[in-house]
Design a protein around this ligand. Sequence first.
Ligand code: TEU
Ligand code: CA
Length: 559
Amino acid sequence: MTKQWWKESVVYQIYPRSFNDSNGDGIGDLQGIIEKLDYLAELGIDVIWLSPVYDSPNDDNGYDIRDYRSIMNEFGSMEDFDVLLAEAHNRNIRIVMDLVVNHTSDEHSWFVESKSSKDNPKRDYYIWKDGKDGQPPTNWESAFSGSTWEYNEATGDYYLHIFSKKQPDLNWENDEVRSEVYDMMKWWLDKGIDGFRMDVVNFISKHPDYPNGEVQPGKQYGDGSPYFMNGPRIHEYLNEMNRQVLSNYDVMTVGEMPGVTPDEGKLYTADERNELNMVFHFEHMGVDGGEMGKWSLNGWNLTDLKEILSKWQYELEEEGWNSLYWNNHDQPRVVSRFGDDGEYRKKSAKMLGTCLHMMKGTPYIYQGEELGMTNVAFESIDQYEDLESLNMYNERVNQYGDDPAEVLERIHHKGRDNARTPMQWSAEENGGFTTGQPWLDVNPNYRTINAEEALSDEDSVFHYYKRLIQLRKENETIVYGKFDLLLEDSESIFAYTRTNGDETLLVLCNFTKEPVTAELGEFASRSGDVLITNREEERTEETQLGTVELEPFEATTFV
Ligand code: TEU
Ligand code: CA
């Protein structure tokens, strides 16, 4: 296994709009990030993944790019970006940018030209198809509700948008599009950035026939995902991107890949494939899904979560590399989702941090996760901003006649705004995020959950995450040790070992609010010194051969 800096790093994701507002307009900005670089250096992270900061009309909060080579006005200027990059590098923190090239904004000059006429030189930068009998070209459902096709009067046909109609999909079959993207990537890399997180990059190759998708009972649209995920030319494109751009720089790349399997993950990330360094899969994010997809509230089983995460550990042990995450700007807060955001908030947040950071792969921390920030439950749909939630709400209430309170409950648990409420810096007004009116309401629990409080409490989630990050720097077994799952049938305990030469780490995580006994057989008798734990009471009883008592939400790593 070749050693690489990005295998030994911990990444921190910043969603700029919600991170820190320096000028009182209620919107986070680049200057606000600069103000917090010392906080990040204190936490000890190595890389920042910066969600999009490019010029955008913000239909999807920056994931709809209007100009790839300028900074969104609300976030500041290119000079601010250059200062941010230099100041981060001064603190040995790298910056990885968000590359959103499956689609652009419909206000991008390329699309304005492409939609103007069928013989415009930029016409084939996007995907245009004729309708059939007054219907869209296929029955595919958009990720943001409705059809994936929008009719264009000027040319009398439809363009594809897997996401919102203001996010037209680029046509990667077109060599000119690919060379435009590669030129833009080089422009940013020549500024000195340290890599890219690639937004839905496994969507860029579509099935050439554009067949209809299967329609589930009760649904109006079909599932097009088999025809735009991991498409026929995807490896050709990524290999070309690597050859023409990435291979010329010392960079880190991670592909966001809804629908990717471990077998495909190996093809995308094995060193000799010369494509990407790692991928974000979504299998564990679906463990609490169901017939309504992510909006289902069916609950989840720990055995399913363990099966998914250990499968990815085993499958990528010899080739490829895992990214490890619980949270990002699209997912609910993990302490509310897989832990306990009430009585055991701090303890379960530390347990979840241990469970993830002791595994093999590059860990990603989403802003506020290090504080144990929680989901929010706004009383009115009017307080929500995310178009994914608003479109779903309108469709379910107005088209399917669902009870508004029931739909709002789904948004409380699974909506993306849970991750996008402003970062909670202090107990001051608006959590110290802004002196103005925040673009999205702050979670009312900022008075007790905030960075200032955490920094002064040595028992805080922040200081625990800081130790997890420090351990990864000090201990090769955490980075390169082999993963083996124990107690796979337990619905309470996530137990595994990491082995590196003659060193074995034993990681025990109790995912429940009940005390529990881990029957570990020969492993218990070998459980020696404690590397890190969130346990409150001294472990007085001798570890009986084969058993280890765990407190509610206890996480202990033995070495
Ligand atoms: O997300 C890709 C994606 O599949 C999302 O739709 C995600 O699965 C869903 O929101 C879960 O609720 C990327 C970005 O991370 C997301 O913020 C963008 O909205 C999307 O692509 C389009 O760029
Ligand atoms: Ca601002």
